[in-house]
Design a protein around this ligand. Sequence first.
Ligand SMILES: O=C(O)CCC(=O)C(=O)O
Ligand SMILES: [Fe+2]
Length: 435
Amino acid sequence: MYRTKLEQFTRAETLSCTANRLSAHTHTHTHTHTHIPNAHSAMPHASTKHLGATTSDAKVYGNFDTHFFNGQDEVGKDGVLRLDPKYRAQSGFPEFLPEWDPRQKLPALRFHEYHDPALRADPTLPHILGAAGAADTPRVRKITPKLGTEVEGVQISQLSDAGKDELALLVAQRGVVLFRKQDFAQYGPGFAVEYGRHFGRLHVHQTSGAPRGHDPLHITFRRPDVKEFHRVFNDSVAAVGWHTDVSYELQPPSYTFFSVLEGPAGGGDTLFSDSITAFERLSPTFQEFLSTLHVVHSSKEQAFNSASQGGIQRREPVTHVHPLVRVHPVLRRRSLFVNRSFSRRIVELKKPESDRILEFLYDLIDHSHDLQLRASWEPGTVAVWDNRRVHHTAIIDWEEPILRHAFRITPQAERPVEDLKYLNDETYYPSEDAN
Ligand SMILES: O=C(O)CCC(=O)C(=O)O
Ligand SMILES: [Fe+2]
């Protein structure tokens, strides 16, 4: 089953990615497999015992999530955490407001097969691009030549299953698609959840708020309060936090739906960067080298940030090892799967080597404007991005006390693979929770 470099890793080793277990393992056994120098230091030093992260770890990796915030939000008599009533009162979308229930505890996520809906799609995309010769064909505009498309004239809420499959294919091909003038939000959070199920098993986030009874919705809510702005810039010079969503999970997401329900009249944009083009910019020699590497991703610092603000923890924090270069099952192209928010360490390299290479790759993805686009929000815009392919960051560029409220639907994809022969192979490079 395990060939070439995969032979170098065993289940026992991968399981031993925990600081203690790995160091014990590497000291007591002499295997012929790849040495992973100081791999235990990929794990953050534990000071907050149950989370395995420290304040300085958490600071290094940023805190851009909108967790519950003790002191600014409300602890209900029922024990449920909510936004302060004065913020709730300003919302035009109360059904989508977040709550956090500290008693909610979920089991670890387990492997499941993923069958990409785009692989079922009619490649001529008749439901999205319109049937040939039809009078009212949708307006479709490329945002940049390689990345991003804007579509007007399709109500995605009305798509049949075949139409949803086509939507997935278009999003895979373009990385991100902005559907304008959508009626999606008016059907409420329950519709959004059911709709998302077509694209994969829905992810429930470890710390974020969700509307009551609709846990799979991930809510971003910037409070209409200058304190929100001050908190972001307190120790930062820019409100930019490039990432791919929840890359620490065993099966991070694919077709991710995101809609800003209300926000600043101009600004509050979201930036996207294409990690396929980023990979293709590299020299063939460097591409091949990177394709041999694997990376530890961690949710511990995000969990710490939530806890330090009085927020919740639905699941135990996790670390997982993913290939640095993954292959997209629909496009059959390779992309760089590392991000500053959750990637921690290249397991095969020494720490200074890992640090420099990761920094180089983050820099390429985060700062190369010629592989990026800037998505602006209008009322009714629904963006769908392929989280396997693009990185994104919110932009906080307003200073007035403005409310910005968005919801995300996050279907989980396949476990990232370095070669499609491992697609849906549960035993591929086993990296069970490394806790
Ligand atoms: O608020 C934004 O523009 C993006 C938020 C984000 O990163 C997310 O919900 O995944
Ligand atoms: Fe995100």
